[in-house]
Design a protein around this ligand. Sequence first.
Ligand SMILES: [Zn+2]
Length: 237
Amino acid sequence: MKILPSSGLWLTIVRIMGASMLDHLKANNRAWAERMVCVDADFFRRLERQQAPEYLWIGCSASRVPANEIVGLDPGELFVHRNVANLAPPQDANYLSVLQFAVEILKVKHILVVGHYGCSGVSASVDGKRRGLVDHWLHPIREVYHEHRDVLDAIPDWSDRLDSLCELNVIRQVRNVASDVFVQEAWARGQDLRLHGWVYSLANGLVTDLDVTLERLGYQRKLAPHPEAKTDANRLD
Ligand SMILES: [Zn+2]
């Protein structure tokens, strides 16, 4: 029979391990803060006083896609929400809270949904393997696949097919953001707000604009059903 240490001892062990294992990150942090102050002595004082980003970034959690660095923005200039495969699900309280805060409090001018080629989340959504909870999270991407199955199945290379699915997923998420009530209400108030869909390439560090930018008038036109239309008035693609 093993004798387990008391919870207090466990805490001490964890603290000691954590301290020694993360020392390099703390050292990096101190060096970074010193560099920032060397370049701009007032940087942190200014950052502390205000948060007025013009952009909300909805991106993938992937470690290879650092949002601020990709677009050359400093802390304080980009409001960021990230999750597996850059989804904007209308039932996700985390995403909705970020969206409401960004639109109604920060009054960002641009919302960027940014996917990336080679996304493991997009791949996992359609590779047929069972992983657990994440399979439910990725369900909307499987729906996108089925919706565009004819086009996607005609792409012979599996990697190229997944990259196309990454793009289609971004377009779907832009559509989700556009149809959200927070965004609809902002546009109804006349708020200056544009939505964009981008894909980032891990291979060369460049973003591609998918040219699905939406702003108030454009989306309202798309939302208004044709008098003779029976279905499908809201399709963007
Ligand atoms: Zn990803």
